[in-house]
Design a protein around this ligand. Sequence first.
Ligand code: HEM
Length: 143
Amino acid sequence: MATVEASDSDGKGQGAETSVTYYRLEEVAKRNSMKEIWLVMHGRVYDITRFLNEHPGGEEVLLEQAGADASESFEDVGHSADAREMLKQYYIGDVHPNDLKPESGSKDPSKDAPCKSRSVGSVILRCSGRKEFEKHESYLYLC
Ligand code: HEM
């Protein structure tokens, strides 16, 4: 696990610092039981232990994905915007850049290029697997 500090990316911040915690996939994989269950979705790590009993789709499907990347199964179900909003409260950090894989299923070869992660000043720029900018807290994610 690693924590990286970064300042506000728009430069208009009040000097407030935020940090992101990176988890290795190896570490996530250990959280695979009802006692502690973590999932990876789109490069982000979620501790969904307290959500297990509340999931409208049941705990079984979550246990099947425990400790692993559940992005595809989550998208296959066609979860609502509400479900995506709920996710935020379980977010605990990002997958370590060295463990990031390009998202598969894209027919566009340009999207299959290996993901890059780099630091520009105090801002972490990271491939999100999509050709668009995405602002998350004070980080800019791009491909
Ligand atoms: C923490 C992550 C997740 C959250 C917050 C979440 C949330 C929800 C919510 C709110 C619903 C109700 C329907 C909707 O609003 O879309 C739902 C249904 C469902 N979810 Fe999840 N879900 C998560 C992960 C997963 C995963 C990884 C799977 C894996 C297959 C899954 C499978 C299902 C299924 C099968 C249903 C029932 C769909 C139906 O009855 O039509 N969910 N989930």
